[in-house]
Design a protein around this ligand. Structure first.
Ligand SMILES: Nc1ncnc2c1ncn2[C@@H]1O[C@H](COP(=O)(O)OP(=O)(O)OP(=O)(O)O)[C@@H](O)[C@H]1O
Ligand SMILES: [Mg+2]
Length: 265
């Protein structure tokens, strides 16, 4: 993978905040505007793979194989129904990874090495989005070590900010040790319900605490977005016009603008 590929890790150790939904729909939106995108499903739950219509029995080569050096990205990639979007699916093999590599001195660098040394995918992708599990475990650390930037979904609920400082500290540690150029791409507020006063308060709090790091785009709570994965489709394919799809298209243009800025810096 050459330096022109931007690797964005979607991470938050809290469960159910919209990481996978964001990875799938942001990737689809980027592909829709002509980027060549790969999703790396690094969660043993495999929701990104399922949500993009890749059945378990089809996952012959997986992110586990990439992480452990058994396959390169080109070998592990599967084309999705979205033109320009492929996925490296996950399998339950990932559950064993902590045990398997925890003794290795380069245990946090496995994915970084696999991606950076991988010439098979040179020029194939402009973006790689990594979908992380809800944990700051070795998989998430590998994703942060491999990435150019981290994108953090925050659900608009009372405890939204809980855990954020721990996440940001982890990013700092990775930056201070193995990946000095790691940036925060941004924080995206998800599942916003404007009829809920509390949600409005959460938006105001997160903006005052995190400032410009927070994207202007807010992803609304939208039933079409939650239905789409059961059809094995991104929301943007399932219902382009729904408010959730439109918000993810808008988020993609903000992400691209920020990437240009980060690249120039
Ligand atoms: N904008 C939205 N509107 C409605 N439902 C949503 C929205 N975003 C996500 N959801 C639903 O919320 C649930 C959690 O979302 P998602 O799986 O993306 O979170 P996650 O952070 O990846 O979860 P995990 O931590 O388990 O990996 C899913 O059922 C998803 O369909
Ligand atoms: Mg997920």
């Amino acid at each position: 993978m050459n330096s022109r590929t931007r690797i964005i890790t979607v991470a938050n150790q809290k469960g159910g905040v919209g990481k996978t939904t964001t990875a799938i729909n942001l990737a689809t939106a980027l592909a829709a505007i002509g980027e060549r995108v790969s999703i790396m499903d690094l969660d043993p739950q495999g929701n990104a793979s399922t949500g993009l219509g890749v059945e378990r029995q089809e996952r012959l080569v997986s992110s586990y194989d990439v992480l452990t050096g058994r396959a390169n990205v080109a070998q592990a990639s599967m084309q999705t129904a979205v033109p320009g979007l492929s996925i490296v699916p996950s399998t339950l093999d990932l559950l064993g990874i902590e045990m398997e590599i925890s003794g290795a001195p380069d245990r946090v660098l496995k994915l970084r090495k696999a991606l950076r040394d991988d010439e098979s995918s040179n020029g194939l992708y402009s973006y790689v989005l990594i979908d992380c599990p809800p944990s700051l475990n070795l998989l998430t650390l590998n994703a942060m070590a491999a990435a150019d930037s981290v994108l953090v979904p925050l659900q608009c609920e009372f405890f939204a900010l809980e855990g954020l400082s721990q996440l940001l500290e982890t990013v700092e540690q990775i930056r201070g040790s193995i990946n000095p150029s790691l940036e925060i791409q941004g924080i995206v507020l998800t599942m916003f319900d404007r009829r809920n006063n509390l949600a409005n308060q959460v938006v105001a709090d997160v903006r005052s605490y995190m400032g410009d790091t927070v994207y202007e785009t807010i992803i609304p709570r939208n039933v079409r977005v939650s239905e789409a994965p059961s059809y094995g489709k991104p929301a943007i394919l399932y219902d382009l016009k729904c408010s959730g799809s439109q918000a993810y298209l808008q988020l993609a243009s903000e992400v691209i603008r920020r990437e240009r800025r980060l690249r120039a810096a």
